[in-house]
Design a binder for this molecule. Structure first.
Ligand SMILES: Cc1ncc(COP(=O)(O)O)c(C=O)c1O
Length: 372
């Protein structure tokens, strides 16, 4: 590899800077730890039914982009299943939620248009908006009045971006009010349902469908990498949107499609969703909330989803707590600023159907004693 001292120094100083601020990222192998970190809320990634797949399909790649050799009746059938499940006319599958948001947001607005996004919107949406060259406005988290104010300031076509369940807070967007404001200002509404897919609604169809808002949103993003325990994501909306994305979404056009086996797994996961253990999961979330409530020293975020957060308020302390828990056998990640606002650095705890009440008790006891 060719490099030079000057180039090396550039990379090293960037890394040193992150290290000095206590923000250095590194990979962790947490195979034998109790999982309070993954987004596998329903335990689908451990589900034997998703592993029973035709041997002949297991090892094959897609051989090209969907626009070249990567398309198949299996892919299109999967997209129809997903569209029907969530109550939309059509859907288009991307290789990941990141690729879906990047492709969608980068191509649906031009330089004369405006995005108005919740301040806590996921990085994949931010990156997509940046690539579009449209103007960007942020509104205060879940604040519908601020959203309306920003829509009024914005120019051109207006597109509003929210998550239905926020990935770092676990709280829900007030979707009905947001949809009303968007409608009254002729703004398109896009909802990232990454953390509601499989979790919210009677069958796991997400918050938009559960709240009867399909006709009020322009598009929803459903990811397969969270509660489905798989990989990939779908953008759902009307047929025009699908055709538009096939023509303009660069992360769809210029990337090898998912392998056939993933489409089969996604179909299987969608079959399993209606009977997934959502009420057991909700019971565990309640158990966690009640147990947390008894620990006076702990300040936890108001959330009714499997994503829970204990506010620590300091990057180093949050990391030290996460490291301590790791040593004790629990894997719960510290979320640092600037990923979350300064002062709200936290321990992010994901509750899964496979976690036991004893594990929750153990995790909280360790956390409480560390913070005492
Ligand atoms: C809200 C949200 N949207 C999109 C993504 C990206 O999804 P994926 O992991 O499938 O790329 C994530 C994952 O972190 C997320 O939390």
């Amino acid at each position: 590899m060719h490099t030079s001292k000057e180039h090396n120094n550039y990379f090293i100083s960037k890394l040193e800077d992150r290290k000095d601020r206590g923000l250095l990222r590194f990979l962790v192998v947490a195979e034998n730890k109790i999982d309070f970190s993954s987004n596998d809320y329903l335990g689908f990634s451990r589900c034997p039914e998703l592993k029973q797949l035709p041997e002949e399909l297991r090892h094959f790649g897609a051989t090209g982009s969907r626009l070249i050799t990567g398309n198949s009746s299996l892919a299109e059938e999967t997209e129809n299943i997903i569209a029907r499940f969530h109550g939309f006319e059509s859907s288009l599958i991307f290789n990941s939620g990141y690729a879906a948001n990047l492709g969608l947001f980068s191509c649906i607005a031009g330089k004369d248009d405006s995005f108005i996004a919740d301040e806590y919107i996921h990085a994949s949406v931010i990156d997509g908006m940046r690539l579009s060259h449209a103007a960007r406005y942020r509104f205060a988290h879940n604040d519908v009045n601020d959203l309306e104010k920003k829509i009024q300031q914005a120019k051109g076509r207006k597109i509003v971006a929210v998550e239905s369940v926020y990935s770092m807070e676990g709280d829900e967007a007030p979707l009905t009010e947001i949809a009303e404001v968007c409608k009254s200002h002729n703004a398109l509404l896009i909802v990232d349902e990454a953390h509601a897919t499989g979790i919210k609604g009677m069958k796991g169809e997400g918050l938009v469908n559960m709240q009867g808002l399909n006709n009020d949103v322009f598009a929803c993003v459903y990811t397969f990498g969270k509660a489905l325990g798989l990989h990939g994501a779908a953008v759902a909306g009307n047929l025009i949107l699908r055709d538009y994305l096939i023509n303009f979404a660069r992360s769809f056009i210029y990337s090898t499609a998912l392998p056939p086996v993933v489409f089969l797994q996604v179909q299987k996961a969608y079959k399993l969703l209606p009977t997934a253990l959502r009420s057991e999961l909700n019971a565990l979330v309640n158990y966690f909330r009640v147990a947390c409530g008894k620990l006076e020293k702990l300040k936890f975020i108001e959330s009714y989803s499997p994503i829970q957060g204990i506010i620590i308020g300091d990057n180093y302390k949050a990391k030290a707590l996460s490291d301590h828990l790791f040593e004790k056998g629990y894997f719960a990640k510290a979320i640092l600023s600037p990923t979350v606002p300064t002062g709200t650095e936290r321990l992010r705890i994901c509750i899964h159907t496979f976690n036991s009440r004893e594990e929750i008790d153990g995790l909280l006891a360790e956390t409480n004693s560390f913070l005492s």
